[in-house]
Design a protein around this ligand. Structure first.
Ligand SMILES: NC(=O)c1ccc[n+]([C@@H]2O[C@H](COP(=O)([O-])OP(=O)(O)OC[C@H]3O[C@@H](n4cnc5c(N)ncnc54)[C@H](O)[C@@H]3O)[C@@H](O)[C@H]2O)c1
Ligand SMILES: O[C@H]1[C@H](O)[C@@H](O)[C@H](O)[C@@H](O)[C@H]1O
Length: 339
């Protein structure tokens, strides 16, 4: 049993990501324990709490935040439920790790930003876990180090095996490309100013309502351009790749598939099948970093501003996707809290 003195975390939403974070905090992370789980589906919450000593199951997030032993909140409910949970946590001055997206649209993201600005200090880290992936961290250090000169372009590929029922074209941007939007802003240290979307003839594996794949082009404030292939029914695996092209060289991540095997007259490796597999280490590092910073009284990592800026780019992206025209991003002024 994890002892008193560790960070008591309430996990909101115990679906795919939430239950994985519950397991992670219980088994992998040091300095934290799962103090409460919350799900609107009470049975799911009970199941997630079972076997974790001292963990209470709730169906109401605000009530759980007021329960003794809850020091911090991890939000893993669907995006449209994030705003209410974030505002409840900020009203209590509780530290939050919020799964992406911060919220699904810029207006609601701004309301969260305003609440944190009124509080006067950062409390929110957004779950853009790629910033904790070992290869992304190396790429960021290489580009920042300047040895390759100015970064000119990013070529990105984001492939999922298949979409769950109800996955819409807008979700290709809001749910999936949102990761490349954050990674592009972070790697380049620039805001994204305009988005265009090009749609090739759809794959025969694409569900009727989805023009899949698509090519999303992101223009950045310093003049760099990122192109993102988003292909959410590629069938063969979960792949995230990124090649940075700079003035004096290029660097590419996402090609490694673990062990390289020679057998039966063939060579090769394994393609991950989902994000839990591909980004397991990144999620571990992300949550450990959040716990460590929180226990020091700090809030670090991707901020509510990063969540808001990504939402603003997503909104432009969804408009570009339906209009077929290049769409400029409308971004509010950046508050000094996020300088
Ligand atoms: N970082 C990543 O790579 C990654 C991967 C997948 C999902 N996500 C994000 O994680 C979040 C959850 O996604 P998921 O795939 O686990 O979803 P999911 O549908 O598997 O689970 C969501 C759970 O939240 C519960 N829920 C719904 N509304 C709620 C509310 N108001 N309060 C409490 N519980 C509520 C549902 O009953 C369900 O159990 C989303 O924001 C999603 O975008 C991130
Ligand atoms: O919600 C998921 C998740 O964010 C994954 O990391 C991404 O690859 C998927 O496309 C998306 O649907």
């Amino acid at each position: 049993m994890k002892h008193e003195g560790t960070l008591g975390v309430a996990v909101i939403g115990t679906g795919r990501m939430g239950s994985d974070h519950v397991r992670r905090i219980d088994e992998v992370i040091s300095g934290a324990r799962v103090a409460a789980v919350i799900d609107v589906d009470g049975e799911r919450a009970e199941k997630a709490a079972a076997g974790i000593p001292g963990c209470a199951a709730h169906t109401d997030a605000a009530a759980a935040m007021d329960a003794p032993g809850v020091d911090a909140v991890l939000i893993a409910s669907p995006g449209p439920a994030h705003e209410a949970a974030l505002l409840d946590a900020l009203a209590r001055d509780l530290p939050v790790l919020c799964e992406k997206p911060l919220t699904p649209d810029p207006a609601s993201a701004l309301r969260v930003l305003d609440a944190e600005v009124r509080l006067g200090h950062r409390r929110v880290q957004v779950g853009f876990m790629r910033r904790y992936d070992a290869e992304y961290v190396q790429l960021k250090a290489l580009l920042d180090g300047g040895a390759l000169g100015r970064t000119l372009m990013l070529h990105c590929r984001h492939r999922n095996v298949a979409t769950p029922p109800g996955f819409t074209e807008a979700m290709m941007i809001n749910d999936s490309v949102v990761h490349e939007i954050d990674a592009t802003r972070w790697l380049l240290g620039q805001e994204i100013t305009a988005v265009s979307v090009v749609k090739p003839a759809p794959s025969s594996a694409a569900p009727d309502a989805l023009s899949d794949p698509q090519l999303v082009i992101l223009e950045a404030s310093g003049g760099a351009v990122a192109d993102v292939e988003i292909f959410v029914n590629c069938g063969f695996g979960y792949q995230v790749q990124c090649e940075a092209v700079a003035e004096r060289g290029s660097a590419r991540l996402g090609d490694a598939h673990g062990l390289y095997v020679n057998a039966a007259g063939r060579w090769g490796g394994v393609v991950a099948q989902d994000y839990v597999d591909r980004f397991r280490d990144a999620y571990d590092r992300e949550v450990q970093h959040w716990v460590d910073a929180t226990r020091r009284g700090a809030t670090e990592g991707p901020s509510a501003w990063d969540g808001y800026a990504a939402a603003a780019v997503c909104e432009a992206g969804v408009r570009a996707q339906s209009s077929g025209t290049r769409t400029e991003v409308a971004l509010a002024a950046r508050p000094p809290l996020y300088a």
